[in-house]
Design a protein around this ligand. Structure first.
Ligand SMILES: Nc1ncnc2c1ncn2[C@@H]1O[C@H](COP(=O)(O)OP(=O)(O)OP(=O)(O)O)[C@@H](O)[C@H]1O
Length: 576
C-alpha cells in the first residue's frame, strides 16, 4: 500500500514539486541568472550612492563633477526595477504552467482510479483553491530563495574586499536568519496542514449541504444547519488566525535578528570611522567615508532576501500542504483506491491473492466476440459491512441473462465489478477463460457498454449528455438515432446535473440513449443494464425493449431487473 501520509520537505525546496513541474528547473535557472545581475546592481548601486555622498560631503565636489555618477545611479535603479518586473512576470508564467500541469496530472489520475469514497467538495477545493495557493510558492518564495543564495554571497565578497571585519560579522550572524526560519517553518508546517484540513472540511461540508438542501428543507431541518456551519467556519477562523499569528511573530523575529546584526556592523564601522587607529581599518577622509557607507548600505541587503524568503515561506505553506495531498493522489494505485473503498472490516476475510494478482497483471487483447462471463466463488465486501454471500454464476456467451435476485443481493455490485470499479475480496471473475485481473482493464472497459442504475447527468442539453457515451464525440444523426431508440426527451431539452428539469423516467431514458449510442458506435460485445426500465410505464417500457432487441443479437447481455416485460426477453433468469 502506498504511503499516503504527507512527507514534509525539510529544506523548503520541495524536490517532488520541482520534479513534477515541467519547466521549473528552467525557471530556477532564470531566477539564478537574474539574481546574479541583481547582485551586481545592488553592489553597483551601493558603491555609487556611497561615492556620491562621500564625494559631496567629504570631498566637497559639486553637482557638475558628480553628474555622471548620478546618471549611472539612476540607470542602476531603473535596471533593478526592470529586473524585478521581469522576474515577477517569469515567476507568474512558471507558476501558471506548474499549476495547470499539476491539475492535469491529478485529474488524469483521478480518472484512472476507481470511483471511491473521495469527497467531491474536498477534491474540488484541493484542485482549485489548493493548487492556486502554490502561486505564493512559485511566484514569491522560490525566487526569493534563489536570491537568498546569490545576493548574500556577492555582497559578502564585496564586503570582504572593502572592510573584512564587517564581512566577518555578517558571516557569523547571517546563518541565524535561516536557522530561526527553519525552526519557525517546522512549527508552521503542522499548523498549515491543520489549516488545510479545515479548508477541506469546510468545502466538503458546504458541498454536502448544498446538495442536500432540498431534502433538509422538505424535512424542516435547513435552519438547524446554521449552527453546524458556525462551528465549521469558527474552526476555520481560529486556525487561520493562529497561522497568521505565527507568520507575524516569525516576521518579527527575523526582522529583529537582521536589525541587530546590521546594528553591530554599524557600530563597528562607526567606531572605526571615528578612531581609525583602534582597529587598524584605516578609515579616514573621503575614501574612508565611502567604504563605511558602502558597508552600511550593503549590510541590510545581505539579510533582505533571507528575511523575504522566510516571510514568503509562510504564505506558501498552504499551497505546499495542498501539494502534499495532490502527490498522495498521484502516488495512489488503483489497488490503493480499492483497498480504501473495499477494505474488509476487522474480522472479515481479505483477498490473499491480491499481491500475486497485481504482480501477474499482463496486457491482453480486448474481449473476444460475445464472451462467456464467469464468477467463481466470488465474495464482495463493503467497509464495515458483512461480506455479501459467495456467488458462483455463469453468464452464457451471446445470450441475454436477467438477474432477478432480491433487492440488496449485490446485482449492481456485480456489474460494477465487471468494469473494474469493485474488486472481489475473494474468488475470481473471468471473461471466457481469462481472469479479469489478467486483462487490460482499459480494453475491457472499451468492450463493455454499461447502463448504471442511476446514470450520471451533467449540466447541458439532452444531446450533450448522450454524446458523453464515447470519448471522441458523435455525429448529430447518431445522437438523434440513439435518442429516438431510447424514447428520450428532445435533444435540445436542458438538463441539470441533479436531474432537475427531467422526470425520473426521462432521466433514465437519457441514460439509455447514451448507452445505445455507445453500443452503436463502439460495437462492444458485452452489455450490462441495471434496472433499465425501472421508471417507465408499461407502453414506454415495451417500446424501449423493442428498440433494444436488435442490439442484443450476438452479444453477451446481463440485465438486472424484476420487471415482467424484461424477464420475457431473457434467455435465462438467475436468482440467488
Ligand atoms: N458504496 C457502498 N457502501 C456500502 N455498502 C454498499 C455500497 N453499495 C452497496 N452496498 C451494499 O451492498 C449490498 C448490495 O448492493 P447492490 O446495490 O449491489 O444490490 P442490488 O442487488 O443491486 O440492489 P437493488 O436491486 O436494490 O438495486 C447492499 O446491502 C448495499 O447496501
Amino acid at each position: 500500500m502506498t504511503q499516503l501520509a504527507p512527507q514534509p520537505s525539510k529544506s523548503g525546496l520541495d524536490r517532488r514539486l520541482l520534479h513534477r513541474a515541467r519547466g521549473a528547473s528552467v525557471f530556477i535557472g532564470v531566477c539564478a541568472g537574474l539574481g546574479i545581475v541583481r547582485t551586481a546592481c545592488v553592489v553597483a548601486g551601493a558603491w555609487l550612492t556611497a561615492s556620491l555622498i562621500a564625494g559631496a560631503f567629504a570631498g566637497g565636489r559639486g553637482l557638475d563633477s558628480l553628474a555622471p555618477q548620478l546618471m549611472a545611479l539612476a540607470g542602476v535603479l531603473a535596471a533593478r526595477a526592470l529586473l524585478a518586473s521581469v522576474q515577477e512576470a517569469a515567476a507568474h508564467r512558471a507558476s501558471a504552467g506548474v499549476k495547470s500541469g499539476l491539475r492535469r496530472q491529478a485529474l488524469e489520475q483521478l480518472m484512472r482510479l476507481p470511483s471511491g469514497k473521495r469527497h467531491t467538495g474536498e477534491t474540488a477545493a484541493l484542485l482549485v483553491r489548493g493548487i492556486d495557493a502554490l502561486d505564493d510558492y512559485f511566484a514569491r518564495y522560490l525566487p526569493q530563495l534563489v536570491l537568498a543564495v546569490v545576493v548574500p554571497v556577492g555582497v559578502l565578497v564585496v564586503m570582504l574586499v572593502a572592510y573584512p571585519p564587517a564581512a566577518l560579522i555578517v558571516l557569523v550572524t547571517l546563518p541565524l536568519i535561516p536557522l530561526f526560519g527553519v525552526l519557525i517553518g517546522l512549527y508552521t508546517r503542522t499548523r498549515a496542514e491543520r489549516q488545510w484540513e479545515s479548508t477541506s472540511h469546510l468545502a466538503h461540508h458546504f458541498a454536502d449541504l448544498v446538495a442536500g438542501l432540498p431534502t433538509l428543507k422538505a424535512f424542516g431541518r435547513a435552519s438547524k444547519q446554521v449552527g453546524a456551519i458556525e462551528v465549521t467556519t469558527g474552526a476555520y477562523r481560529r486556525r487561520s488566525m493562529s497561522l497568521l499569528r505565527v507568520a507575524f511573530c516569525s516576521a518579527l523575529v527575523l526582522e529583529l535578528a537582521a536589525s541587530l546584526s546590521v546594528a553591530v556592523v554599524a557600530v563597528t564601522v562607526g567606531v572605526d570611522l571615528v578612531s581609525p587607529h583602534n582597529s587598524g581599518g584605516g578609515m579616514s577622509g573621503e575614501a574612508g567615508l565611502q567604504t563605511a557607507l558602502l558597508v552600511l548600505i550593503l549590510a541590510p541587503e545581505a539579510y533582505l532576501p533571507l528575511r523575504n524568503a522566510g516571510a514568503h515561506y509562510h504564505a506558501s505553506a498552504e499551497g505546499l500542504a495542498a501539494a502534499e495531498r495532490v502527490f498522495a493522489i498521484l502516488a495512489e494505485t488503483p489497488e490503493d483506491a480499492e483497498d480504501r473503498q473495499a477494505a474488509p472490516a476487522p474480522g472479515e476475510p481479505s483477498n490473499p491473492n491480491a499481491a500475486a494478482i497485481t504482480a501477474a497483471r499482463v496486457m491482453r487483447t480486448p474481449l473476444g466476440r460475445a464472451p462467456t462471463i464467469m464468477f467463481r466463488r466470488t465474495v464482495f465486501a463493503y467497509p464495515g459491512r458483512q461480506p455479501l454471500p459467495e456467488l458462483s454464476l455463469t453468464v452464457p456467451a451471446g445470450q441475454t441473462t436477467v438477474l432477478t435476485a432480491r433487492s440488496g443481493a449485490g446485482k449492481s455490485t456485480l456489474m460494477a465489478a465487471l468494469v473494474g470499479f469493485r474488486r472481489p475480496v475473494s474468488g475470481s471473475i473471468a471473461f471466457d477463460d481469462t481472469e479479469l485481473d489478467d486483462l487490460d482493464l482499459a480494453a475491457v472497459r472499451r468492450s463493455i457498454a454499461w447502463l448504471p442504475q442511476r446514470p450520471v447527468l451533467v449540466d447541458g442539453t439532452v444531446a450533450e449528455n448522450v454524446r458523453l457515451a464515447v470519448p471522441d464525440g458523435a455525429s448529430d444523426p447518431a445522437v438523434a438515432k440513439a435518442i429516438a431508440a431510447a424514447h428520450a426527451p428532445a435533444a435540445t431539452r436542458t438538463v441539470a446535473a441533479d436531474g432537475s428539469g427531467l422526470s425520473a423516467g426521462e432521466a433514465a431514458r437519457v441514460g439509455l440513449a447514451r448507452f445505445l449510442l455507445r453500443v452503436d458506435l463502439l460495437d462492444p460485445p458485452v452489455l450490462l443494464l441495471d434496472e433499465p426500465t425501472a421508471h417507465l410505464d408499461g407502453d414506454t417500457e415495451q417500446a424501449v425493449l423493442d428498440s433494444f432487441a436488435p442490439y442484443r443479437d450476438q452479444r453477451t447481455v446481463l440485465i438486472a431487473s424484476h420487471r415482467a416485460a424484461v424477464r420475457a426477453i431473457a434467455d435465462r433468469e438467475v436468482d440467488w
